[in-house]
Design a protein around this ligand. Structure first.
Ligand code: SAH
Length: 392
């Protein structure tokens, strides 16, 4: 008899629709002998097989499904096939960077693998993936032959899984402190051992190219600039100037270097270490204005309980940004909080425009880059949305 999780009656529908999460509330019984992290079969009250995944009892998501095929074992061949499939369609140049494995959306819940040039960076977000890390590393090595695989599992979600943060070399050599990558014809330095996420916001790659259409000759304000991704793209596309604002001195230092790497000039005044929310108020008080404002804040709503506060923060941010935008200018505004739906985000920006007394048109809608796909059966995988608003 295989390890089993038995669902309550009539709780099988999401799984039949291939949603990969089994919530603890849907479970009737779990064999007490099965340790967390182990592979188990999810079955209906009548014993019918639904899916096979890994267990984590105390978590709200008690099982994450790895396969819908009763005949597919979670063995070396499984990891090899799934990884190869995810990697195969990510077409990239040797020096570019891509997300190779996007967790649930690539049929590998809890696993992120990013590639920066020849180096790989891995995040194991769950106990289940933690257990399989050796075979995953082994299969990645045999498929891609990278010089090294580095772990960046320092994320908060691991705490809920009872796992300590983890980072360091998983295979091969230690990558250099900075790896240079190419993106849309620009060059960037990435600190993959200590930067945010796995070193770079790969999800904004296509948007960094798209904003280039709006910034010719413009004076740009780049809020939450991080390492200057949007700044380099904007200056390369002919922006007159870009003021970068970030609370991290390290991020701004890397932004300076990224501009230099691309042969772009900047004044020291274009790098502002400040809290965006208070800095925007100062700009407003000083009656400074801009032609284009890019706002890409961190995830402001982490949990349902933070939603209302986050919505207010997004509104406040966009309100002041709209107030200091020149007529005919563009507000390019993002939210990477999955809990804020595209519809809600649009309403928030609308509310901000009303309060700012500005009329605005949406001229383009933006989303996460194509290497961060969204499974139709797992809409939760969509988190990044952006609006390009032309303001009258
Ligand atoms: N647009 C960037 C990614 C932005 S990530 C890119 O394309 O690469 C969010 C950034 O916001 C981080 O660099 C973080 O340091 C910064 N940050 C977070 N809270 C902030 C605040 N209140 N004020 C200013 N910067 C903040």
């Amino acid at each position: 008899m295989p390890n089993q999780v038995i669902l309550k009656p009539n709780r099988d529908r999401p799984l039949r629709h291939k949603h990969p999460w089994v919530f603890s509330g849907a479970i009737e019984r779990i064999d007490p002998a099965i340790p967390d992290g182990e592979v188990i079969d999810v079955v209906t009250a009548r014993g019918e097989f639904l899916g096979r995944g890994y267990l984590k009892r105390k978590s709200q998501i008690a099982v994450r499904v790895l396969t819908w095929d009763a005949a597919e074992a979670i063995d070396e061949g499984f990891w090899s096939r799934r990884l190869a499939l995810a990697i195969a369609w990510r077409v990239m140049g040797d020096h570019e960077a891509r997300r190779l494995v996007n967790a649930e959306s690539d049929g590998l819940p809890g696993l992120i693998v990013d590639r920066y040039g020849e180096w790989l960076v891995l995040q194991a977000l769950t106990l289940g993936i933690e257990q399989f890390k050796p075979v995953i590393v082994q299969q990645l090595t045999s498929i891609l032959r990278p010089p090294g695989i580095y772990e960046r599992s320092e994320v908060d979600v691991r705490e809920k899984e009872g796992l300590p943060p983890a980072s360091g070399v998983l295979a091969g050599r230690e990558p250099p402190d900075r790896v240079e990558i190419e993106e849309n014809g620009q060059r960037y330095l990435v600190e993959l051992k200590r930067g945010h996420k796995t070193g770079f916001y790969l999800d904004q790659r296509e948007n960094r190219r798209k904003v280039q259409a709006y910034v010719g000759e413009a004076e740009v304000l780049n809020l939450f600039s991080f390492s200057g991704g949007f700044a380099v793209a904007a200056l390369k596309a002919g922006a007159k100037s870009v003021v970068n604002v970030d609370s991290s001195a390290d991020a701004l230092q890397l932004a300076r270097e990224n501009l230099r790497l691309n042969g772009l000039d900047a004044n020291e005044a274009d790098f502002v270490e400040a809290d965006v929310f208070s800095y925007l108020r100062r700009l407003r008080a000083e009656q400074r204005t801009f032609d284009v404002i890019i706002a890409d804040p961190p995830k402001l709503a982490q949990t349902q309980g933070q939603l209302e506060r986050a919505a207010r923060a997004y509104k406040d941010l966009n309100l002041v940004a709209l107030q200091i935008l020149r007529p005919g200018g563009y507000l390019i505004t993002f939210s990477c909080s999955g809990l804020i739906t595209p519809d809600l985000f649009q309403k928030i920006v609308f509310g901000a425009a009303i309060d700012a007394g500005r009329e605005a048109q949406i001229v383009e809608r933006l989303t996460q880059a194509s290497d961060h796909p969204v499974l139709l059966s797992f809409p939760e995988g969509e988190y990044l949305k952006g609006l390009v608003c032309r303001v009258r």
